[in-house]
Design a protein around this ligand. Structure first.
Ligand code: MLT
Length: 216
């Protein structure tokens, strides 16, 4: 597993030892260089860990497969979230991060994989800033022990804190899905702060300001 994780394309900058690690997760068609530029606006002292999504869709990097826009292959979401969890465990060791707090900052598809990770592996990732994200495991059929639905329902999120920033009229991250996500997170015991602004998909200046405030 370690050898595979070492080959995972990613960028790392160490930052100040007393600053958090920002896990920067790009959207569909983005990459680690592009999303990591946002880190300086959030906390210029932070360490930056930015892996690249390893799913390809028409030449675009993504984090998991989708069947159509907004309809996700939930088995793949769960599998890729576990893969990313493995990478984060490897990276903590490789970059000697110890117990430095890690905050995922994801945009769009990157927000969705961060949210999946927070739902399924809260022991690996407990803090998330999600720009234009939605419920990544929405509409799963109820299932028995061991299914992804059961893992989501049983998640103990008491130590988790999330900031969800969304446009009120975003067709790619519809509000009903965002609201179902908030319900699931709060049922698991997570602290959720939600910022809704006019407009659609994207990261507005006010979104960045909200994230800076939340981080502080
Ligand atoms: C997704 O696929 O995660 C969302 O639809 C957003 C996107 O287009 O990447």
């Amino acid at each position: 597993m370690s050898a595979a994780n070492a080959e995972w394309p990613h960028l790392f900058r160490s930052g100040s030892a007393d600053a958090p690690v920002l896990l920067m997760l790009h959207g569909t068609g983005g990459d680690e260089q592009q999303i990591s530029r946002l880190a300086a606006a959030l906390d210029p002292t932070a360490a930056v860990l930015a892996p690249r999504g390893r799913v390809q869709e028409n030449g675009m990097n993504r984090w998991f497969r989708r069947l159509s826009e907004g309809v996700f292959d939930t088995d793949d979401v769960a599998r890729r979230a576990d893969d990313l969890a493995g990478f984060l465990v490897w990276a903590r060791d490789r970059y000697e991060l110890g117990d430095r707090p890690m905050v995922a900052v994801g945009f769009s598809n990157g927000a969705n994989i961060a949210l999946a990770l927070a739902l399924l592996r809260p022991e690996v990732l407990a803090r998330v800033i999600a720009f234009s994200g939605m419920h990544p495991l929405d509409g799963l059929p109820a299932g028995g022990e061991g299914t992804t639905a059961a893992r989501v329902a049983a998640g103990d999120l008491a130590a988790s804190a999330l900031l969800l920033v969304n446009g009120e009229s975003d067709p790619m991250a519809p509000l009903p899905s965002v609201q179902r996500l908030v319900t699931v997170l709060e049922q698991g015991g997570a602290r959720v702060e939600q910022v809704l602004r006019p407009g659609g998909h994207g990261i507005a200046k006010t979104d960045v300001a909200a994230a800076v405030k939340w981080l502080a």
